[in-house]
Ligand binder design. Structure first.
Ligand code: MN
Length: 254
């Protein structure tokens, strides 16, 4: 029996997680346990709640809601609920909206898989483009076949895959690297009914048109599959920092 932990950042009530679980539960020899935030936690990033207690409630058979972030949910699942028999795989999603390029660092959906990775478990994040043509049942069927394919072979504990699906009918699948967003984020300044100023972070992302990226794959109607890891070290810079290291040693000793 393969045990799959499912979580998300849109909350336990979201259509994306409901369709995903329905699809995964139909796989043979698969047991699905859901531990997910009790409400939307999109763009919560890899945030961990340490300043207040967390509550977890079983909302249906095998479904648990946590009043915290996706990272909190994965922690409670791994270190408490499922600690006697850890999941073989952690799946996050299906997110309502893409998680491309550096947006993975804001994403609660992808951060749940970061946490799984840190805890030594293989994981996959699924996100679907929002907009005309988007269908969670269709995306869930894709996820079911994707996971079935993964389970045909042994799972690498370090595996962390970020998968994005176009809203329109799928034209294929492509392995891709993270794309680069050309930042046009804007801050809108307005006034509230009491005359006080407030701000809203808004804007439509624009992407640099690089071949081989997740964004490029989505533009062509393909699902992108991007392997990620959490070693943020800039290795080429490590080589190039010799001169700075010498100056630091001269100034600071060592
Ligand atoms: Mn979300």
């Amino acid at each position: 029996m393969t045990r799959i932990l499912v979580t998300n950042d849109d909350g336990v009530q979201a259509e994306g997680i409901r369709e995903l679980v329905r699809a995964l539960a139909s796989l043979p020899e698969v047991e699905v346990v859901v531990v997910a935030p009790d409400r939307e936690q999109s763009a919560s990033g890899h945030s961990l709640t340490l300043q207040r207690p967390l509550r977890m409630h079983e909302v249906a058979d095998g479904w648990y809601a946590v009043d915290g972030t996706p990272t909190d949910a994965v922690n409670l699942a791994i270190h408490w609920l499922l600690k006697e028999r850890l999941p073989d795989l952690v799946i996050s999603g299906i997110n309502n909206g893409l998680n491309l390029g550096a947006d993975v660092t804001y994403s609660g959906t992808v951060s749940a898989t970061f946490e799984a990775c840190l805890l030594g478990l293989p994981s996959v994040a699924f996100s679907q483009e929002a907009g005309p043509g988007a269908s969670f049942p269709r995306a869930a069927e894709f996820a079911r076949r994707f996971v079935a394919t993964l389970l045909e072979g042994p799972l690498d504990r370090r595996m962390l895959l970020n998968v994005n699906l176009p809203a329109r009918e799928l034209a294929g699948v492509e392995i891709a690297r993270l794309g680069r967003r050309v930042y046009r984020q804007v801050v809108v300044e307005k006034e509230d009914p009491r005359g006080r100023r407030y701000f809203w972070i808004a804007g439509t992302p624009e992407w640099s048109r690089d071949a081989g990226t997740d964004h490029d794959a989505l533009e062509r109607g393909l699902a992108s599959v991007t392997p990620l890891h959490l070693d943020l070290t800039d290795y080429p810079a490590l080589e190039g920092l010799g001169e700075l290291a010498r100056r630091l040693a001269r100034q600071l000793g060592g």
